[in-house]
Write a protein that binds this ligand. Structure first.
Ligand code: GLU
Length: 273
């Protein structure tokens, strides 16, 4: 009798220990460990991708991806803590352990790979231009060289590309794309540049006010940022993304969120194991 009980207690303690170990292995940088939540960084102001609505809830393609992955890691919607992750703060948020992962229109690049790791990619997009609907003199990157005022965001790949390749452009860097779009609306700048899915979201939200011009002039592959060296989490996120693509949820999320902006459903980019 007594031996059986002792064994039972022992087995229970092992189970608790194993669960604790699994949690630690999953997120070595879990900022909200104590609350039993997982912390995810997203944008709050990019319609179609990730937007915080007036009622406080979040919606968009990145949010759907983030929630799907969280569910596969064992965190339902009520166990997610959302943090705003502006472009210029993403590496810092991961390095400081303030978020467990980032789903924030975050392009995979070699220079970012020095500081963080990426799961995915889960979406291919590219840089483009947004102008006011009545604009006729900006038709592509070439027309920017005539000292046009172009807005993009600090710490983003599109801002860096303009700085490196289009020296004739007056680049103004703001903290968020929504601030750029406001400046475009009131005439303070001539165009906004970033990934076309982001620009299309603003355009769909403001019918008749803006238009996208020219072709994509880069390839942006969105990855899910994790802390450098957290390979266990990275692999589990990759498993979740694969599952999301296989079971039709990826496609459904694309149609829901980018349908209004008029994008045809592409094939998801191959995941880099
Ligand atoms: N995908 C680009 C980047 O990661 C632009 C979008 C953004 O700033 O979030 O920099």
């Amino acid at each position: 009798m007594r031996t059986a009980r002792t064994l039972q207690v022992l087995a229970r303690s092992w189970a608790v220990l194993a669960a604790a170990f699994a949690m630690t292995a999953l997120c070595t940088a879990c900022s909200a460990h104590d609350s039993g939540k997982i912390t995810i960084g997203v944008k709050f102001d990019q319609p179609g991708l990730s937007v915080k609505k007036p009622d406080g809830t979040l919606g968009g393609f990145d949010v759907d991806v983030a929630r799907y992955v969280a569910a596969r890691l064992g965190y339902g919607p009520d166990r997610i803590a959302w943090i705003e992750a502006p472009s210029g703060q993403r590496e810092m948020l991961l390095r400081n352990g303030q978020v467990d992962y980032l789903v924030a229109t975050y392009s995979i690049t070699d220079s970012r790979r020095q500081k963080v790791d990426f799961a995915g990619p889960y979406l291919l997009t590219g840089q483009s231009l947004l102008v006011r609907a009545d604009n006729t003199d900006i038709t592509g990157t070439a027309s920017l060289q005539r000292h046009k005022k172009l807005c993009s965001v600090s710490g983003s790949t599109p801002a860096q590309r303009i700085k490196d390749r289009y020296p004739g452009v007056q680049l103004q860097r703001y903290d968020t794309y929504s601030a750029c779009v406001e400046a475009l609306r009131n005439g303070a700048i001539d165009a906004v540049t970033t990934d076309d899915v982001i620009l299309a979201g603003y355009s769909a939200q403001n019918p008749g006010a803006f238009k996208l011009v020219g072709e994509r002039f880069s390839q942006e592959l969105y990855g899910i940022g994790v802390r450098k060296g957290n390979d266990g989490l990275r692999q589990r996120i990759n498993d979740a993304l694969e599952e999301m693509e296989r079971d039709g949820s990826w496609r459904a999320a694309f149609v829901d969120n980018f349908g209004p902006a008029g994008f045809a459903v592409p094939e998801p980019p191959p995941i880099e194991r």
